[in-house]
Design a protein around this ligand. Sequence first.
Ligand code: HSE
Length: 400
Amino acid sequence: MIKIAVLGYGTIGSGVVEVLERNCEHIAQTAGEEIAVKYVLDLRDFPNDPIQEKIVHDYKVIEQDPEVKVVVEAMGGVEPAYTFVKGALLAGKHVTTSNKALVAKHGAELLAIAKERELNFLFEASVGGGIPIIRPLVTSLTADVVEEITGILNGTTNYMLTKMSAEGSDYHEVLKDAQEKGYAEADPTADVEGFDACRKIAILTSLVCGKTVDFEEIHTEGISKITPIDIAYAKAMGRSIKLLATSKLSDGKYYAMVAPFMLGAEHPLYNVNDVFNAIFVHGNMLGDAMFYGSGAGKLPTASAVAADIVDIVKHLNRNIMISYSGEKMELLDIKKAENRYFVRAKSDEKKVREVFENIAFIKIKEVLDEVAFVTAEMSEETYLKKAEELGDIIQMIRVN
Ligand code: HSE
């Protein structure tokens, strides 16, 4: 029997305990060993929950217990998760985590420590919730140069945009609903401002390029400025608004960005709704592939963590080769990226035509005192210059 410890008894930690209990026979069969939770670390007590007998408040109890072979980090945030995870690896324990903030910031170092000691540091659940994406990237698509990864990587915002579009629901009401369903981060700013998706695309890009992509260098916009009027325009154009996280290879370097995009019905991510995530991957030999599934929530995410535990139990004495170095991957300047842009401005059609060429005006009956149009393809740099010349821009959403 393999003894494990779970750090944090929140949404994901309690989900992992539930998955291990509910599927215990199946998991024992696939792992080749029974898996038992010995400790759960949490600051709180849970007097009416059978988990209480496993609750410890001091992390050192776990670190110093040689019987604990695997530590599951489900606390979220960088500290104290980083200190605890590093301590666990240095104490000879394998680790799995669902924590993208931790992996995006310290992934290279933690992977290196695990590798040196023939341990494993796995983080399948840190991107795409329950969708297998990290394992396919590092084990299946290894013969390909991955030229593009574009994903809907945040369940909360996809849920919100879907509801706002389908039901015309209020932004704050929908956010509250997503929080109640356990999709959102403790501080949902990370979801709505795109920081969560930014860390996830940084992790995926690091895995395919072999160097660390610094998430702080990724151009990131969220959905907090998307209004019902934008959604009405998108509908009139037969498009949906999605928060995309994307990285594209160009001349050996990557462009990376997170921003809302207007997608046409032919786009593979157009129909990805609710809490679902999807990741489109283009390999230079494979061509296109899509990974789709539940991107957030207790049991889907816990399922991915539990699968990491199974993988670890199958490789207790051997490091599963997943690595990228701490060397920084230089990102291309996003200003050089080419896009089309949906623009709303307090202006008139004549002035717009003077500044932009080859534009298509969009009209909706709800709005009379502004102009809205889609530009031809141009670099971000060119768009910014023209937008400044036009002035009084109300909104800009990239069109794909
Ligand atoms: N808050 C995240 C999301 C959780 O909504 O996608 C899963 O990483």
